[in-house]
Design a protein around this ligand. Structure first.
Ligand code: B12
Ligand code: SF4
Length: 499
């Protein structure tokens, strides 16, 4: 993580802890902003996933390098908790060090960040161009009012500068991978023994009511060209020893021509890969594209199925041509192709969460019958700031409010909220929560996940047998015996991936 200060002033960049040791992914948010300052400054990436006491380390490095700026990325949840804890300590010890936050949480809750007095500035949305301008302004002078996308305090008043125009990804420099130790980020999974990650497009053209991406990118989608994707992945394979790639794009498959060309270019690399897409987009892909995708080593695709009800999909503003029939169709199609579909559902939507859950449970049973290998990720509706969300409007009518301070965000209750599994919203009661979790326990036992690399044959069979009567009778309540067994086996369920 430490490098000689050869290029000019050091800028410290902090990625707070986001997962358990050994499962950390490349800190792409920071690599992206480091890329645009790499030549003229000396970005130093500090990863809370790799060190025990990041606050002390940051203070030491700031003193040693005389850094003026600490950039921090944060998603809601445990990553936010560490961001707050660490910045509090650092601010108290080094009040002159400028702390700037960016990423999902800061973009959604910029004013709350600034009111905390531990965050000096926030950069909203796509970070590269505004961050470069901000860093230059701090080091070489200029007006903060000229830094686009900046949220700042002007004599105590919070100002939000207009957003910077988004920059196409091919016009931005490649990530400076030499700023991290790649071996720290090569992990094992269902895909392979040396998995690295890449983000081959930024944004998404849709505006689903529950989705955090909308405020970040305002329905823009910026794809890397297939040639550049090939260049990066080739480097990961040939120089950094990857045998598989997770594409973390919000919506990898928006363009069929691009996806098919990327697939063709990846085929000679002999890797496995995984990416996220929409059910309706993928349903319209033709056989030739699917064959190319299959041949290139695609093993699994994550899709937001969201609901078994067309009315709820409409309330979610799922857009495009989404409907539950297409989910069933794509599950069948992927069975024949031998690519595992991973479906996420957003359950417990207002105004009638219990009816919504019941409906989606019935739909999931149908889906599993068609393709038992389908992975399931069951989320509970968790509001996000969103100007056009009908769901958020209904939730607010029912009493929902976001926290107004960083302290409140750091509380266990709001940390749970961020995990989207136990959000404790006013319209979502214990009964509904138990219903989802009990169903999940039974269905995960009845159809143990095929991607679990630690779950062996006899254990799969035992789980299936023990859960069989429950599944057949649709009796999901109090599945204590299954919970105990699952704890004992301790298998990796897909929802722990973090999407
Ligand atoms: C990789 C990833 C992870 C990784 C960890 C990443 C890390 N930083 O260590 C793992 C798998 C561990 C993970 C876990 C979780 N994640 Co996550 N994750 C992602 C994912 C897929 C990609 C993030 C990424 O690297 N993007 C690539 C970079 C280049 O883009 P970016 O982050 O947006 O960064 C740009 C700007 O935001 C900005 N920027 C970002 N940081 C900074 C900092 C500064 C200083 C500046 C100036 C600018 C800036 O500039 C960058 C370049 O333009 C996103 C979805 C997505 N595709 O974005 C979800 C996402 C961020 N995760 C999400 C969630 C909910 C989680 C979990 C809470 C899931 C769960 N249910 O448990 C967990 C918990 C994490 C924790 N412990 O706190 C949500 C956040 C929702 C929200 N309300 O904000 C997202 C949006 C997924 C989704 N569609 O809902 N995640
Ligand atoms: S849920 Fe998926 S399709 Fe909808 S806005 Fe978010 S990233 Fe786009």
């Amino acid at each position: 993580m430490q490098r000689e200060n050869v290029n000019g002033p050091t800028i410290l960049l902090f990625n707070p802890i986001s997962t358990s040791r050994g499962k950390q992914r490349l800190p792409m948010s920071l690599l992206a902003i480091a890329a645009v300052i790499d030549h003229d400054y000396n970005p130093e990436i500090i990863d809370g996933n790799l060190i025990d006491d990041p606050a002390t380390y940051i203070i030491e490095r700031a003193i040693a390098t005389k850094a003026k700026i600490l950039g921090v990325t944060a998603m809601p949840g445990p990553q936010l908790r560490q961001a707050i804890e660490v910045c509090k300590i650092v601010k108290a010890r080094l009040p002159e060090l400028i702390i700037v936050w960016g990423g999902y949480f800061a973009t959604h809750h910029g004013e709350v960040c600034l009111q905390s007095n531990i965050v000096d500035y926030v950069i909203e949305g796509q970070g590269e161009a505004p961050f470069r301008k901000f860093v230059d302004t701090i080091h070489h002078g200029g007006a903060l009012s000229d830094v686009p996308s900046l949220v700042w305090k002007d004599n105590g008043i919070v100002r939000i500068n207009s957003r910077a125009p988004m920059v196409p990804l091919d016009n931005l420099p490649l990530y400076p991978y030499h700023r991290v130790n790649i071996a720290d980020y090569r992990g094992k999974s269902y895909l392979g023994d040396a998995v690295l990650s890449h983000h081959s497009s930024f944004g998404c053209p849709f505006a689903c009511s529950f989705c955090a991406v909308v405020k970040l990118v305002n329905q823009r989608w910026l794809p890397e060209s297939p040639a550049r994707v090939e260049r990066v992945i080739r480097m990961m394979v040939e120089d950094y020893g990857a045998d598989s790639i997770e594409f973390h794009d919000m919506d990898f498959f928006v363009s069929e021509t691009r996806a098919a060309e990327i697939a063709e270019r990846l085929t000679p690399l002999n890797i496995h890969w995984w990416a996220l897409g929409r059910v309706d987009t993928l349903s319209s892909y033709d056989d030739t594209s699917w064959q190319k995708i299959k041949n290139s080593g695609c093993k699994m695709i994550f899709m937001g199925a969201e609901s078994g009800s067309p009315e709820t999909l409409q309330l979610m503003n799922k857009g495009g041509k989404s409907n539950p029939e297409k989910t069933l169709y794509i599950a069948e199609r992927m069975k024949h192709l031998g690519i595992v579909p991973e479906f996420s559902f957003v359950m417990g939507n207002p105004p009638d969460p219990i009816a919504d859950i019941e409906n989606t449970i019935q739909f999931i049973r149908k889906l599993k019958k068609i393709n038992p290998a389908s992975e399931l990720i069951l989320y509970i509706y968790t509001p996000v700031p969103h100007d056009r969300s009908e769901l958020l409007r209904v939730a607010e009518t029912l009493g929902f409010r976001f926290p107004q301070t960083l302290e409140e965000w750091a509380s266990p209750e709001w940390e749970n909220f961020a995990h989207r599994r136990d959000p404790n919203t006013p319209f979502f009661k214990d009964k509904a929560r138990r219903k989802v979790r009990d169903f999940e326990t039974v269905i995960n036992a009845y159809y143990p996940t095929v991607t679990d690399i630690r779950l062996r044959g006899p254990m799969r069979a035992l789980l299936k047998t023990l859960s069989g009567w429950r599944y057949r009778l649709e009796w999901y309540s109090w599945p204590y015996e299954l919970k105990a067994l699952q704890r004992l086996i301790h298998y990796r369920r897909p929802e722990t991936m973090g999407f």
